[in-house]
Design a protein around this ligand. Structure first.
Ligand code: NAD
Length: 362
């Protein structure tokens, strides 16, 4: 390849692997990262009309789902690859695995490629807590946490930091998951009570977070468990055929969603007819629609995860990595002295006929 002239633009992409993302969160602090990501999601939601929006594409199989989540504003295009395979933990693999890209809208050049499993847990918890700041009763101090898997610590700490939750009532069908959660949250200033059933965990809670993983139309929360004034943060029902709340629980509540066309397909909302009224949460932030209207109202955040949240967390990771000097530069794109001469990026021998038998033999 000919030597590149000095004016050749930098086509490198910042790469943040899982260890780099963990390093960023360690340097900033997990609680501060949750608060920062929530603030970024909040300011993106206040600019809702500026974003391109589409329900994510989902490839379903018997075992789970693989999804692509794109969005853009005038400056940045983002997409995330994410899966959801509830049986994975039995194979020693996480249920949720993710990576994503941030690119310049003006040129299409990818600026950032980042591991997003940890960032997904952070942005999900940040979004949950941001929504609960507007929907839960302000005096909420106790949260039931049903499903104590990979998302659980992040949910617990986001609600402790952003809502003042002091007491957690835990339940998981796998007692080892609750035991891990208790151990990981030791020293965080939270009272932790492991319960014997969902009903016991939910009793007396101000907020109920459901973060279970089961590819089923489950009814983890049944109508008789609902008490006046409760807020439900339902994050595990996020795919067709995968729900957590009984339809009657939704019917008796005010239901809030991220992006209605996507939640109708994927959320607990799939259990209800298409004319059941819901509120997109950005409208609460903009002041167009009310959040909680009374102390006795039951509210539900039917969370499925929306691309705009990943756009926000990718922006956070890029800015933090540049400030902290973390990550590596990847050459995903061929550096070209003449941008029209892509052919010239190949060594002449590579296109000679003499190479064909070698290629065919490989
Ligand atoms: P995980 O597999 O690590 O944990 C799930 C836990 O739920 C496991 O410990 C399992 O034993 C428990 N569980 C399953 N059925 C249960 C039941 N009926 N009652 C109580 N516990 C039960 O998964 P994770 O990464 O923690 O994710 C949890 C859920 O959240 C998944 O369904 C995932 O798809 C979803 N999720 C949603 C978002 C979002 O933005 N809404 C983001 C990330 C993950």
């Amino acid at each position: 390849m000919p030597a590149l002239p000095s004016h050749c633009p930098d086509l490198s992409t910042l790469y943040l692997g899982a260890a780099d993302v963990a390093r960023i969160v360690e340097r900033i602090g997990l609680r501060a990262s949750l608060v920062e990501v929530a603030a970024r999601i909040g300011s993106a939601l206040r600019r809702w009309p500026e974003f391109s929006k589409v329900a994510r594409t989902a490839d379903h199989s018997r075992q789970g789902v693989i999804e692509l989540m794109p969005t853009s504003d005038a400056q940045d295009y983002a997409f995330k690859y994410v899966n959801g395979h509830p049986g994975n933990t039995r194979l020693g693999l996480p249920t949720v695995m993710a990576f994503g890209v941030l690119a310049d809208v003006a040129t299409g050049q990818p600026r950032l490629l980042a591991a997003l499993s940890l960032a997904t847990a952070i942005r999900t918890a940040a979004m949950s807590a941001l929504v609960a700041q507007h929907l839960a009763r302000p005096d909420s101090r106790t949260m039931a946490l049903i499903g104590n898997g990979a998302q659980a610590e992040f949910q617990a700490l986001a609600f402790a930091e952003m809502l003042g939750i002091r007491s957690l009532r835990l339940f998981d069908t796998d007692p080892a998951a609750s035991a891990r959660l208790v151990s990981n949250l030791h020293g965080q200033g939270l009272r932790l009570l492991t319960c014997a059933s969902v009903a016991e965990a939910v009793r007396g809670a101000d907020i109920v977070t459901t973060a279970t993983a089961d590819k089923a139309l489950a009814t983890v929360i049944r109508p008789e468990m609902v008490e006046p004034g409760m807020h439900f943060n339902a994050i595990g029902g996020d795919c067709p055929g995968k729900t957590e709340l009984a339809a009657e629980v939704l019917r008796q509540a005010s239901v809030f969603v991220e992006y209605e066309p996507q939640t109708r397909i994927e959320g607990d909302l799939q259990l209800l007819p298409a004319d059941f009224a819901v509120t997109e949460f950005w409208q609460v932030l903009s002041g167009a629609r009310p959040g909680r209207r009374s102390a006795a109202e039951v509210t539900v955040f039917d969370s499925v995860g929306f691309a705009l949240e990943d756009h926000a967390v990718l922006g956070f990771l890029e800015q933090a990595a540049l400030a902290l000097g973390l990550g590596q530069r990847l050459q995903l794109l061929p550096p070209l002295a003449d941008p029209k001469n892509l052919f010239g990026s190949l060594a002449p021998a590579a296109v000679s006929a003499a190479m064909r038998p070698v290629l065919l033999a490989a």
